[in-house]
Design a protein around this ligand. Structure first.
Ligand code: FRU
Length: 465
């Protein structure tokens, strides 16, 4: 048995061994993609191919901490139900032995191409290789080896290739750190997906490393999405340990763009990746997690798993801002519906796994308490949204704030066993966070006026199987 077969078999044994414990955890999600066992982080290789959605993820099957990552693999016909596949990549070659790190997928001449970073660490000395693997059936992937080595002027923090086609050429962006320890994104081009020519920096300027770049056009504008590390908190911005956001502009000879904007205002959102699906939509998944001080305190660690992804979201551009919207396919999860129209306040139990939509009828301050754990407050004079939850490491209340350009008119929320995703004013702001209230707590309290629709949500196949 070669190393690849050995690692796949060992991961499957691990998964089977802990399956009951993981799936019986009251915090294991019912319809989000989560780690089958061990640790999950970034979404990778996000693509639709011949109708089927394929999504890969950074996966450490053997531990609830970071380590030599695999590429886990799930697929779906409807963006709701997900089937777990065999891992696509294992850290089994000299050039990826310490991790098949993040990357992307494209389709070319009937084959699926995965571009990823081979991580190598010998005596704490890091090496990074941009690598290729291909598949004809979307199930078994064949490594094709190293395509790109770190160019002069950059450190071995050089990773996360995202590839796309424009005209007859292929392009790749890579997250990088300069020798002066500045974060940047560099780009390459290729005629044949084999020989890649280094073209320089697309953007740079702040932080010490930019991870997981993603370039795409939306409605006539050029957008670069990336996850910078090393930004200091400033007012209500950059409050998380690491950030994720975008710049919008025009890429002609140079890429001229506006300021960096954080994509999500919550506690747990990192390393998002997009794809254009066969309906022409720009769809995004993010890791609903963060390598921060809370991470070692997740209560799920005792059940051998940690972390989940967001729901799939569509990105829509409005001027120089991106809006995020839950994909309409998720409506298939809805089971029972209740609706309450009220003035001033409403209290009641709501299902732990639910979707709700609150349409505001009177412009005034609003306060919500969710399962006696998290809160959402709208300050009408400031047009601000404040979201709080207790820290996982010491229980102190922590907050995140976002500002609206117009009065609050709607809140749309997806709750799973241990997560909340709040879409404010049609996705103008989003707050994504993990949360661990008492599993039996269903109390929901609202101070405000409006109509609240609540749907209980079914279990999706694969989500909690
Ligand atoms: C982002 C990241 C990537 C890297 C991967 C390793 O969370 O650090 O830059 O490829 O995770 O798992």
């Amino acid at each position: 048995m070669n190393q690849d077969e050995y690692l796949k078999q060992k991961a499957e044994e691990y998964r089977k061994k802990h399956q009951e414990q993981v799936k019986n955890d009251p915090y294991y999600p019912q319809y989000h993609i989560a780690s089958p066992v061990g640790l999950l982080n970034d979404p990778n290789g996000w693509i639709q191919w011949n109708g089927t959605y394929h999504l890969f993820f950074q996966w450490m099957p053997f531990d609830t901490a970071h380590g030599a990552k695999f590429w886990g693999h799930v697929r779906s016909e409807n963006l709701v139900d997900w089937q777990l596949e065999a891992p696509a990549l294992t850290p089994s070659s000299w050039y990826d032995k310490d991790g098949c790190y993040s990357g992307s997928a494209i389709v070319h001449e009937g084959k699926l191409y995965l571009f990823y970073t081979g991580n190598v660490k010998n005596d704490e000395v890091r090496e990074a290789y941009q690598c290729l693997a291909t598949s004809t059936d979307g199930q078994v992937f064949h490594k094709q080896g190293v395509q790109i080595e770190v160019p002069d002027g950059y450190t071995a923090h050089f990773r996360d290739p995202k590839v796309w086609k424009e005209g007859t050429k292929w392009y790749m962006v890579i997250g990088a750190q300069t020798d002066q320890e500045k974060g940047s994104v560099v780009w390459y081009e290729s005629e044949d997906l084999n020989d890649w020519t280094f073209r320089g920096e697309l953007s740079s300027g702040f932080g010490y490393m930019w991870e997981c770049p993603d370039y795409f056009q939306l409605d006539g504008k050029d957008i670069l999405l990336f996850s910078p590390q090393g930004l200091s908190a400033s007012g209500i911005d950059y409050q998380n340990t690491y950030q994720s956001g975008y710049v919008i502009g025009e890429w002609k000879d140079d890429f001229t763009h506006g300021p960096f904007v954080e994509l999500d205002r919550g506690f747990d959102f990192y390393a998002p990746q997009t794809t254009k699906d066969e309906h022409g939509r720009r769809l995004l998944f993010g890791w609903m997690g963060m390598a921060d001080d809370n991470e070692p305190h997740h209560p799920t660690i005792s059940n051998q798993w940690i972390h989940q992804l967001t729901i799939p979201r569509e990105l829509v551009r409005e001027g120089d801002r991106l809006y995020q919207k839950p994909v309409p396919e998720l409506k298939e999860l809805r089971e029972t519906k209740e609706e309450h129209t009220f003035y001033d306040n409403w209290n009641g139990p709501i299902p732990r796994v639910s979707e709700w939509y609150f349409e505001v009828s009177k412009e005034k301050d609003i306060h919500m308490s969710i399962f006696r754990y998290a809160t959402m407050e709208y300050n009408a004079s400031e047009k601000s949204i404040r979201f709080t939850r207790p820290r996982l490491d010491n229980g102190e209340i922590e907050e995140r704030i976002g500002m609206l350009n117009e009065p609050l008119h709607s809140l749309h929320c997806y709750l799973d066993h241990s997560s909340i995703e709040l879409f404010v004013n049609g996705g103008a702001l989003t707050f994504s966070a993990r949360m661990f209230p008492d599993p039996n707590e269903e109390t929901f309290e609202v101070k405000g006026s409006g109509t609240l629709s609540i749907w209980s949500l079914r279990k999706s196949v694969g989500g909690g199987d």
